[in-house]
Unconditional design. Structure first.
Length: 321
């Protein structure tokens, strides 16, 4: 908590310089942060489709393990040297790194893969959009007064998500997979809020490489058990291509973009952008899988977009002293 109180985003630091150049820097930081958060959100939307595509051919634990092995190989050329130079700092903050790796790497993606066994990609994307509520709650506890615009935007976007998940019914039909996704949403929201506590002296590439490696190491024992009990999978184009996507694009690219977005604009504002995920998943499902969108889906998307537009505004946010 105390660390959260000391942490400010790049946009907040620039804004503290007053008007003029400080205001322009804040605006630039906000725009960059929003763009990075949007990039990560769009990329992650595709990962739900790939998780569903692999659910009957690659066991969830093995899917998660190979995803992070591929991700480590993807980031190693530009991050391994940085991590080696900062190895003393990484050792000093090992407990923080272990917690971040467990939440964002080991547990979160494994839960998503497990959920894909019994629920649709669309449901996963929609339920995961609950994560920003937790992100905003953590930021409020950390000393950020979110302001009326942010709170109103969050409520509107959340209402759109809930309406979409329930299909307008008071008695939604949830599966076991839906509950796995709820647990994944809690993990991801906690990971995103935790990023505000990342020691400033640890560079982004070093942090990314360290968490990927630690997360994969924590997965290794259960991966070996899965391999012994379930056997491996056949490496074909249908299995390797999705793994390359989630390993390189959804992991290396998207996590780097998301972590930078948190540093620029904070978890709560990035979380508002994350509400776009069910919209992206629905559009992707329509384009790739041919799934139709009805009037309810379009109305819910309009609510979500309105909430995002309102919640990403810059006015009304202050830090509690």
């Amino acid at each position: 908590m105390a660390v959260l109180d000391r942490t400010t985003t790049s946009a907040e630091k620039a804004a503290s310089g007053g008007g003029g150049a400080g205001g322009r820097r804040a605006g630039n930081g906000l725009g960059t942060g929003l763009a990075l958060a949007l990039l990560a959100t769009v990329v992650w939307s595709g990962s739900f489709v790939t998780s569903r595509a692999l659910h009957d051919s690659v066991p969830p634990i093995q899917h998660a393990f190979w995803r992070w092995i591929i991700a480590i190989a993807a980031v190693a050329p530009f991050a391994a040297r940085s991590a080696w130079r900062q190895r003393a700092l990484l050792r000093a903050h090992l407990r923080f790194l272990l917690l971040a790796a467990m939440l964002g790497v080991t547990v979160y993606n494994t839960l998503v893969n497990q959920a894909a066994m019994t629920t649709s990609a669309g449901n996963m994307g929609m339920i995961m959009a609950a994560s920003p509520v937790l992100m905003a709650a953590y930021e409020r506890l950390g000393g950020v007064r979110l302001g009326a615009r942010r709170v109103t935007g969050t409520v509107i976007a959340c209402a759109g998500v809930l309406l979409l998940v329930s299909k307008g019914s008071l008695a939604p039909d949830f599966t076991a997979g839906d509950l796995w996704v709820v647990a994944a949403a809690v993990c991801f929201g906690s990971y995103s809020a935790l990023l505000r506590r990342r020691p400033a002296e640890i560079g982004g590439p070093a942090f990314l490489f360290a968490t990927f490696v630690l997360g994969a190491l924590m997965l290794l024992p259960v991966f070996l058990v899965s391999l012994a009990v379930q056997g491996g999978f056949e490496p074909t184009a249908a299995t390797v291509s999705p793994l390359l996507y989630v390993g390189v694009v959804s992991s290396a690219v998207a996590f780097l973009a998301w972590n930078k977005a948190i540093a620029q604009i904070g978890a709560a504002r990035a979380g508002v952008i994350y509400y776009l995920q069910p919209v992206c998943v629905a559009l992707l499902s329509y384009a790739v899988l041919g799934e139709a969108m009805g009037g309810l889906q379009i109305a819910c998307m309009a609510l979500i977009l309105a909430g995002v537009a309102l919640g990403s505004a810059t006015r009304g946010e202050t830090r509690i002293r």
